[in-house]
Design a protein around this ligand. Structure first.
Ligand SMILES: Cc1ncc(COP(=O)(O)O)c(C=O)c1O
Length: 342
């Protein structure tokens, strides 16, 4: 099966499994796991933050960041297609009691002006605005990378208004691999940053939340509250460390594979896509046939798995387990199945 449903479907590599079995372990709830400590120190250094805490998932990392930086009844700004808003099971409302205020961006990207237009005056009638969250790369935008100028402008705006600024950096590594920017070029604008090891980097489990030492101390407590305190989690941290040290460079190949896939799809009459818009590992394209579901079912039977992505859209994501040959095979099957539609 050429599984292009998501970059979360990767299997651990032999080198990663070896690192996991050889990891030195302790009970991390007692603060005893040396491999978790090493991972947290390494991630904090890469992102230029004082401290980091290992998390079981990107969802928990984002939700802990929101809980620590808000009070019930507060308002947080999110782009309308943000993962935090769409795909985290209503976490901001359920876990922090906050009200999401949505901004309509362009492929997930918005400006300080967009928020300014929505900002409420300070008044006892209104919810208090506390936090702005952005996603980089932005999944539903098609893996879009935020221009640094937008981030600078939003950072200045949030500082001036005394708002927190959080980055959902589940695919921060792809933003770096797909641009001239370093991790720190991006992260220095933010108070708090979540990253995932279990997407393009190919670890089986794991995320990290980064920020000031004081913030991370509070985040550890909320992680425990949310049930995310883990014991011999060094076995997972070892996989995350391995992915950081060995798989970041492969992301450039994933991006080239995504571009090739988009270029191939663009030549087929059943689809609409502009390959020049593909900057990272996510390929979203429009299907002009009758039923996306039926097309995807038939493609699946030919050994290629993609996901429906709202309306007539389909998403493919390249990752560690996908080679250039897999892309060529997938293109042949996509072409064959869409031919039968005509
Ligand atoms: C942009 C983004 N943020 C957060 C997450 C949540 O990560 P997890 O699945 O580890 O909870 C995802 C997962 O796909 C994501 O795409």
């Amino acid at each position: 099966m050429t599984d292009l449903r998501s970059d979360t479907v990767t299997q651990p590599t032999p080198g990663m499994l070896k690192a996991m079995t050889e990891a030195e372990l302790g009970d991390d709830v007692f603060g005893d796991d040396p491999t978790v400590h090493l991972l947290e120190k390494t991630v904090a250094e890469i992102l230029g933050k004082e401290a980091a805490v290992f998390m079981p998932s990107g969802t928990m990392a984002n939700q802990v960041a929101i809980r620590v930086q808000t009070q019930p009844g507060d308002e947080i700004f999110l782009e309308e297609s943000a993962h935090i808003y769409l795909y985290e099971a209503g976490g901001p409302a359920a876990l922090s009691g906050v009200m999401p205020r949505l901004i309509k961006g362009d492929k997930g990207i918005f400006t300080a002006k967009d928020i300014q237009a929505l900002l409420r005056p300070v008044n006892d009638h209104f919810p208090r605005t506390r936090l702005v969250c952005i996603e980089n790369t932005h999944n539903r935008g098609g893996g879009t990378i935020w221009p640094l100028e937008n981030l600078r402008e939003l950072r200045d705006f949030t500082k001036e208004r005394k708002l927190g600024f959080h980055l959902d950096g589940a695919r921060l590594w792809n933003a770096v691999a797909g641009s001239e920017q370093s991790e720190k070029d991006i992260t220095h604008f933010f108070d708090t940053v979540s990253v995932c090891f279990s997407k393009g980097l190919g670890a089986p489990v794991g995320s990290a939340l980064c920020g000031s030492a004081d913030f991370i101390q509070q985040a550890r407590r909320v992680r425990k509250l949310f049930g995310g305190g883990m014991r011999q989690s060094g076995i997972l941290a070892a996989a995350a460390l391995y992915s950081l040290n060995h798989h970041r460079e492969k992301l450039c190949e994933d991006h080239r594979n995504a571009k090739r896939l988009a270029e191939g799809i663009a030549k087929l009459p059943a689809f609409q896509i502009d390959p020049s818009s593909i900057l990272t590992n996510i390929v979203i394209f429009e299907y002009s046939g009758n039923s996306v579901e039926s097309f995807l079912d038939r493609l699946n039977k030919k050994g290629v798995a993609l996901v429906p992505f709202g309306g007539k859209n389909i998403r493919a994501v390249t990752h560690l387990g996908i080679t250039r040959d897999d892309i060529e095979t997938a293109l042949q099957q996509i072409e064959a199945v869409q031919k039968n539609d005509r």
